[in-house]
Design a protein around this ligand. Structure first.
Ligand code: PLP
Length: 455
């Protein structure tokens, strides 16, 4: 066995032990950053080490500082776990080490990207001729889509931003709902567009279509982008797409949808109604590393007009080999990058159409079970309409809610984040892991009950 194979075996052993530990290990990490720094050793050694020893040292030193993100009882943020086929494929992606820039040089990658892209459009109910770019996550997918939107609305106004830049050009208005995700603000900042103009939303976070219509009318004609949302991170709510897309179209605006985790509702016949009208937009950003449960990192930028995406992201270096069908590189900000579409292909191939729908339905069913269980706890109230995978609850007052959260994390059965929603402290449960079982939900509800007893 050569050194490389020994290192791979070492990594395999540690990975399998880690995954086996998930069902019972405490979900929060047990060691601090400083403790792990000491265990890793802060000094860079002068001499080389054997690869297998390095892997062993890393895995052993890091183990107490790992949070069980892929556990079925991790409900913080919106995270997602790792589907087995996607995880195993991700190892292969590293071993293959393909550069995924050009069609002519990486035919296997390009093929996987084309097949996975077409499957995604089909599952998500999006126009079949749209372009799909594979980014690091939804922040960059939003960036990519909004770049295509910015360039298009400026081109319509007679301004070529790729040549002239933004300075001196017509202003671009970006209108978004009050409860948009902060990733939108980041993407707009990177694009030189500043902060969005905010429009009122209802108590679930859904943009108010009348307020949007008024805001668009008040601004008058000019390059405009409207940003909508599929899946509010607190309530899980979806914007009313049919009305808002119509209002945006009437104002000749580019319509973008941030559907980082929520766009996947479209893949479930039982939940697809939440996304009604969404396919009328110009671009959509979503994650594969959340609801689809592929390993980090993978986001998806979908743009209805492939030429809009290509003119925003394409680059024609003389040393590249250009292809008439376009290259994977024409759809994303990066040049060199990881073969993300392989893992997406594997997750979709492994689940099949019904498996993706079942996954979405299961996450929603667990969220419903959390809401029902929490309602039975003394003094606890579920604050949102649980339409998808998100549950926000409070325990009487802010102090008690924070105490319950702290006790729960301390106890370690599950990991749930707190947040502030409409000025109140909340326990925010996000169900996004494929492996969460009914038993995980029951164990977590028991832990929440214990944490709230006498608190
Ligand atoms: C998670 C999330 C994002 C950002 O996605 P990343 O993959 O973390 O970059 C954007 N919008 C919404 C609604 C999200 O839930």
């Amino acid at each position: 066995m050569d050194e490389r194979e020994a290192a791979l075996r070492q990594a395999h052993g540690h990975a399998v032990r880690w995954l086996a530990s998930l069902s019972d290990r405490p979900v929060p990490a047990r060691a601090s950053v400083d403790e792990i720094v000491r265990a890793l050793g802060a000094e860079l050694p002068d001499a080389p080490s054997t690869p297998a020893d390095v892997v062993d040292l890393l895995a052993t030193a890091c183990e107490p500082g790992l949070t069980a993100f892929p556990s079925g009882r991790f409900y913080g943020f919106v995270i997602g776990g790792t589907e087995p086929a996607a995880l195993a494929t991700d190892w292969l992606v590293s071993a293959w080490d393909q550069n995924c820039v050009m069609r002519a040089v990486s035919p296997a990658y390009t093929a996987a990207e084309e097949v996975a892209g077409a499957w995604l459009l089909d599952l998500l109910g999006l126009p079949p001729d749209s372009a799909v770019g594979f980014t690091t996550g939804a922040t960059m997918a939003n960036f990519t889509c909004l770049a295509a939107g910015r360039d298009t609305v400026l081109r319509r106004a007679g301004w070529n931003v790729a040549h002239e830049g933004l300075v001196g050009g017509p202003p671009v208005r970006v209108v978004a709902g009050r409860d948009r995700h902060m990733a939108i603000d980041l993407a707009l900042r990177y694009l030189g567009l500043g902060r969005p103009e905010l429009v009122e939303a209802d108590e679930q976070g859904r943009i108010d279509p009348e307020a949007l219509r008024r805001a668009l009318a008040a601004g008058g004609p000019g390059p405009t982008i409207v940003v909508l949302q599929a899946g509010d991170i607190h309530s899980g709510a979806f914007d009313p797409f049919a009305e808002t897309v119509r209002a945006a179209r009437e104002a000749d605006a580019w319509v973008h949808v941030d559907g980082a985790f929520g766009l996947w509702a479209a893949a479930s016949p039982a939940h697809a109604h939440l996304t009604d009208g969404c396919a009328g937009a110009d671009s959509w950003a979503t994650d594969a590393h959340k609801t689809l449960n592929v390993p980090y990192d993978c986001g998806l930028a979908v743009v209805r007009d492939p030429s809009a995406l290509r003119s925003a992201m394409g680059e024609r270096g003389d040393y590249l080999i250009q292809h008439e069908h376009g290259d994977p590189v024409d759809k994303v900000p990066e040049l060199s990058r990881r073969g993300r579409a392989f893992t997406v292909w594997a997750a979709l191939r492994s689940l099949g159409r019904h498996g993706v729908a079942d996954l979405v339905d299961r996450l929603c069913r667990h969220a419903g079970a959390f809401a029902a269980g929490i309602c039975e706890i003394e003094g606890a109230t579920v604050l949102n309409d649980v339409v998808f995978t998100q549950v926000c609850a409070e325990f009487g007052d802010d102090e008690r809610t924070d105490r319950v959260l702290a006790r729960l994390l301390d106890e370690g059965t599950a990991w749930i984040s707190g947040s502030t929603w409409h000025g109140r402290r909340v326990m925010r449960i996000s169900v996004s892991n494929w492996s969460t079982t009914d038993e995980d939900v029951a164990r977590t509800l028991d832990a929440i009950r214990r944490a709230s007893d006498g608190t």
